[in-house]
Design a protein around this ligand. Structure first.
Ligand SMILES: Cc1ncc(COP(=O)(O)O)c(C=O)c1O
Length: 401
C-alpha cells in the first residue's frame, strides 16, 4: 500500500507475538496446545508491589508526571545501580519509559542517522534489528556459535567494527539463548571496545536477576569504568518482578543522551503510566528475597528441559546461565521427514511441523537471526514442560530419512 511509510516497509512484525497468537488460535479452536513461545514469567507480580499501586491510586497519584519519570523512581533506580552494579548515577542521568522496549527505541530514535551501524550479536531479541531500522540506522548482525555457548568472541566483535559503527548492542543473560557472560568474557569484549572510542555501548540487562548455579551478573560499565561515558545501561522491572503488563523500563547514561531520549518521549507517549511508576518504586526499594525462590524454580525447570531435549534425537541443547529460555540446535534433524510427511529443511519447517503434529508451540531460530534452532521459554509449569519435551522427543524419534 503506497500510503504507508517506506521505513515501515523495512520492518517485520514480531514473530514471537505471531507464534503466540497462532498457538492461542489453535487452543481456542479446541486443539491441545502447549505454548512455549511467550517471553514472560508465569509468576504473579508480588503483593507488596500491587499494594503500592493501589495506594498510589487511592492517594490520587493518577495525573501526568515529568516525561521521563517521577523523582522517587529515578532515585530508586540510582540506588539500585549503586547497590547492585557499583555504578554511580544521579537522577538527571536516568530515563524511565513504557517498558524496556521504549527505552531502547527512544535511544535509537535519539541518536541514529542514515548510514549509522548498530552491531547486534545473533541470535538476538527479535525487536533489535527492527528498532534500528525504524530509527533509520543499519543493523549489522554478528553471528555467534553453539561451540561458544552462543556468546560473542572478541575477534568477531573487532572484525565487525567499522568507522560507521555507532552502537554495540549487548544483552546478557540473553533472549533467546539464556547465555550470560562472565566477568572475563565481558572484559575481553570491553578491551576491544576501549580500542574504538567512537563506538557506544547499549547494554540490555533485562534478565540480570534471572541467573542460576551461582552465576554472577556484570554490566559493561562496571567491568570497564572507561566505558561509563559512552554506555547506556538499560534495564526494567518486567521480567525480574513479573511486571510485563505494567510497562516500566529504565536506562542510565550520559546526561545529553538522556535529555535527547526525553525529547523523543515527550513528543510520543509523554510519560510512563503514573501508577506503574509508583509500583516500580516499591519493586526496586522493597524486599528482594522472592527473587531467590523464583530463580530456584526457574533453574529446576531449565535443568529438566535441557536434559530432556538433549535426549531427543537430532537435538543439541547447551545449558544457559540465565533468563528463562533455551535455544537448542536442530541441525541433526535437517533433511529428515516428519511422521506426517513434512520435509524438515529449516528450523521454521521444524517448528511448524512440531506445532501441527504435536501441539507444542516454540519459536523458530530464523526469527532470532541464527539457524537452525528454536527457542523454548520454560516459564511455565513442570508438568507442561515435561509433557512438551516428551512430545518433542516423540516427534524427533518419528523423523525418518
Ligand atoms: C532482551 C529483552 N529486552 C527488552 C525486553 C522488553 O521488555 P519490556 O516488556 O519491559 O518492554 C524484552 C522482552 O521480551 C527482552 O527479552
Amino acid at each position: 500500500m503506497t500510503f504507508l511509510s517506506k521505513t515501515l516497509a523495512r520492518v517485520k512484525p514480531s514473530p514471537t507475538v505471531a507464534m503466540n497468537q497462532l498457538a492461542q488460535e489453535l487452543k481456542a479452536a479446541g486443539r491441545d496446545v502447549i505454548g512455549l513461545a511467550a517471553g514472560e514469567p508465569d509468576f504473579d507480580t508480588p503483593d507488596n508491589i500491587k499494594t503500592a499501586a493501589v495506594a498510589a491510586i487511592a492517594a490520587g497519584k493518577t495525573k501526568y508526571t515529568a516525561p521521563d519519570g517521577i523523582i522517587e523512581l529515578k532515585q530508586a533506580i540510582c540506588d539500585k545501580f549503586a547497590r547492585e552494579n557499583g555504578l554511580t548515577y544521579v537522577p538527571a542521568q536516568v530515563s524511565v519509559s513504557t517498558g524496556g522496549k521504549q527505552v531502547l527505541y527512544n535511544a535509537f530514535m535519539a541518536t541514529l542517522n542514515p548510514g549509522d551501524e548498530v552491531l547486534i550479536p545473533a541470535p538476538y531479541w527479535v525487536s533489535y534489528p527492527d528498532m534500528v531500522l525504524l530509527g533509520g540506522g543499519t543493523p549489522v548482525i554478528v553471528p555467534t556459535a553453539l561451540e561458544t555457548g552462543y556468546k560473542l568472541t572478541p575477534d568477531a566483535l573487532e572484525a565487525a567494527i567499522t568507522p560507521q559503527t555507532k552502537w554495540f548492542l549487548f544483552n546478557s543473560p540473553s533472549n533467546p539463548t539464556g547465555a550470560g557472560y562472565t566477568w572475563d568474557e565481558l572484559r575481553a569484549l570491553t578491551d576491544v571496545l576501549m580500542r574504538h572510542p567512537h563506538v557506544w555501548v547499549m547494554t540490555d540487562d533485562m534478565y540480570e536477576h534471572l541467573a542460576y548455579d551461582g552465576f554472577k551478573f556484570f554490566t559493561p560499565a562496571q567491568v570497564e569504568p572507561g566505558l561509563y561515558e559512552r554506555t547506556l545501561t538499560c534495564n526494567g522491572v518486567s521480567k525480574a518482578y513479573a511486571m510485563t503488563g505494567w510497562r516500566i523500563g529504565y536506562a542510565a547514561g550520559p546526561e545529553p543522551l538522556i535529555a535527547a531520549m526525553r525529547k523523543v518521549q515527550s513528543q510520543s507517549t509523554t510519560n510512563p503510566c503514573t501508577i506503574s511508576q509508583w509500583a516500580a518504586v516499591e519493586a526496586l526499594n522493597g524486599p528482594q528475597d522472592f527473587l531467590a525462590t523464583r530463580c530456584a524454580a526457574f533453574s529446576e525447570r531449565r535443568d529438566l528441559v535441557v536434559g530432556m531435549l538433549n535426549d531427543a534425537q537430532g537435538i543439541t541443547c547447551p545449558t544457559p546461565e540465565g533468563a528463562f529460555y533455551v535455544y537448542p540446535s536442530v541441525a541433526g534433524c535437517l533433511g529428515k521427514t516428519s511422521a506426517a510427511g513434512i520435509l524438515i529443511d529449516s528450523d521454521q519447517a521444524f517448528a511448524t511441523a512440531l506445532l501441527d503434529e504435536t501441539g507444542v508451540a516454540v519459536v523458530f531460530g530464523a526469527a532470532f537471526g541464527l539457524s537452525p534452532n528454536f527457542r523454548i521459554s520454560y516459564a511455565t509449569s513442570t508438568e507442561a514442560l515435561t509433557e512438551a519435551c516428551t512430545r518433542i522427543q516423540t516427534f524427533c524419534a518419528g523423523l525418518s530419512g
